[in-house]
Write a new protein. Structure first.
Length: 138
């Protein structure tokens, strides 16, 4: 069995963003040479997320609105975590959107459904964060 590991780095200039990272993850898969196995992609920070869904701007807008209703950023004083900080909502948004995804690798390709893409979700940006890509297989 082979193993491949790479870190992808992001520095989002805004507080929140959704970034399609499918092409970068696919480059990792091609570099690995693995034809059959599993591919893990996970956010290595507690205020960021990795998830799979459709790359449709209306959906991303709806996520933003929905997440802000679930865990509004303001008032920051409404969160105990925010004593000296202002990102409690980002932790909660990450919890809802998830930490990681696992994708089957078949014939050297990610085994996706028709519209599936991999996204990095940033909920407390303006600093450098990383995403781990780990691929195992043959």
């Amino acid at each position: 069995m082979q193993s491949y590991r790479k870190e992808l780095w992001f520095e989002v200039p805004t507080r929140r963003a959704f970034i399609n990272i499918t092409a970068e993850v696919n480059r990792c898969l091609q570099e690995s040479g693995i034809q059959e196995g599993l591919l893990l992609v996970n956010a290595m920070h507690i205020t960021a997320s990795v998830f799979i869904n459709d790359d449709e701007p209306g959906l991303h807008h709806d996520y933003e609105v929905w997440l802000e209703k679930l865990a509004p950023h303001e008032p920051v004083s409404g969160y105990r975590h925010n004593v000296g900080e202002d990102n409690a909502d980002a932790h909660m948004k990450r919890q809802v959107m998830g930490r990681e995804v696992v994708v089957a690798v078949t014939g050297g390709r990610m085994d996706f459904g028709t519209w599936e893409q991999i996204f990095y979700g940033e909920f407390d940006g303006r600093r450098r964060k990383r995403v781990l890509v780990k691929i195992i297989g043959e």
